[in-house]
Design a binder for this molecule. Sequence first.
Ligand code: SAM
Length: 328
Amino acid sequence: MVGHIRITPTVGATFVPIGPVEIPLTRLRNGRKIPHIVRILEVGAIQTSLIVDGADTSRRAIGVAACHVSVEEDDMNTTERVSTYDSQSPAYHRAFEVFLAHTDQKAKTRDWLRGLVHGLPSRQVFVDAGAGNGKVTAWFLTDFQRTIAIEPNPSLCDELRRTCPTAEVHPQKILEAQLSVLADLVLCSHVLYYIDAADWMTHLETLVSWLAPEGVLVVVVQNHDTDCMRMLGHFFGHRFHLSELASRFEALRGRHYRVEIATVPAQVATADFDSAFTVAEFMLNLLPMPHPPPRGILEEYVRKHFASSAGDFRFSCNQDFLTIRPRL
Ligand SMILES: C[S@@+](CC[C@H](N)C(=O)[O-])C[C@H]1O[C@@H](n2cnc3c(N)ncnc32)[C@H](O)[C@@H]1O
């Protein structure tokens, strides 16, 4: 084994089941085709080990991959990779700050939510589930008599307490939280990425169970058709679809709840490349990355897709707002 090859699936690629397959390496620099093992680790993440000399013939590649691929030579040991971090780490907190400093997404959230909050028949209790640093929570603190902020990341919790001194902070995950009151507004903004899709419905049911009879749940997730989600699709073959969750919930509980979804435009804009890269990396970290792509490949992607003719960087991060209200 002399090295590794990173295979980036092209848009619209279809994938073979997990197992060893042969992919013709037509785009290798020297034009040679070399037998190799391809392991399909998950949809969109394919990694292959190059075998010369037939050192391990039993593992020789067989079959043909039913996907279009581009191939880049890449040494796993020396290539610098995209940083990985989870939503409970200080690294996540730092990257989140760079994102917040370069997007109008939160200002758009504020405008949209303000209309909804002022139309509520009662404003006694506000629950912000996954409140982060409290930036969004703080905007509505004085609109409600009582605010409960649920946030499991300890470093974000510290900032949340400073930003929202009158909020009751629960340093927990959503499924761990025990609330003794019902809420007029439950907000869950940009949290579902960090929760396994198989558990989305359980989370939705929990959030809905906290609603007062005339309350409203608002769940916010980035729309599936943004520049950021296209990037996730490019690297991992995955995007988030809040509208699918909304349809499933409506099919199950539509007799008892009114379900609506609205999409609001937003973008990231940075004058410098480093900030654009940090935000792109932050977006890739919306998903677990067991096999992070080389840093150079992401740099190339950011320059190619996000650079404007004026020399700055712009990419969309439009948001879907799902609202769920008990039918009276
Ligand atoms: C992108 S931030 C969003 C913060 C804020 N809601 C906003 O819209 O700006 C995602 C937050 O979700 C939190 N989080 C991740 N998993 C969670 C869970 N299971 N329950 C509650 N919060 C969670 C993270 O700690 C992080 O603060």
